[in-house]
Write a protein that binds this ligand. Structure first.
Ligand SMILES: [Zn+2]
Ligand SMILES: [Zn+2]
Length: 147
């Protein structure tokens, strides 16, 4: 399993096409394995305070993934879906850890530029999850060795 092709992909900013509010700054262009005519943008970071869940979980006919639609928090239009529980074949084939999808017909995207403002920002240039509020990682260093 190689992640190198994944790191060479452009980082896209994803905006709601209906109200133009910013949904996510870490979008990646993705193509559904089951249906290659549908264009999607995926992200590894749960969009924080920009989208909300609508309705309940459902599955598609192509596989057993549990999905849930997400809607723009500002205008209420459905912009994509979240993979709540991926099925085994999908988990094995989609190893980029992206479980948030935006439908390309519901969003507008802009490729982000790197710090120089000239080159496209690639996923390989990104730090691990910036702006994450996960505080579970700093508990490992607190071990004390008193003797
Ligand atoms: Zn919107
Ligand atoms: Zn699946």
């Amino acid at each position: 399993m190689s992640t190198s092709n994944f790191k060479n992909k452009c980082v896209a900013q994803v905006n709601c096409i209906y109200c133009d509010s910013l949904l996510c700054t870490r979008g990646m262009k993705a193509v559904l394995l089951a249906d290659t005519e549908i264009e999607l943008f995926s992200t590894d970071m749960p969009p924080n305070r920009t989208v909300d869940f609508v309705a309940g979980c459902y599955s598609t006919e192509s596989c057993k993934c549990k999905l849930r639609d997400i809607a723009c928090l500002k205008c209420g239009n459905v912009v994509g879906y979240h993979v709540v529980a991926p099925c085994k074949p999908c988990l094995l084939s989609c190893n980029n850890g992206h479980f948030w999808m935006f439908n390309s017909e519901a969003v507008s995207t802009i490729n982000r530029l790197d710090a120089s403002g000239v080159n496209l920002l690639l996923w390989g240039d990104l730090p691990e999850l910036d702006g994450s509020e996960d505080e579970s990682s700093d508990s490992l260093s607190e071990e004390e060795y008193l003797r």
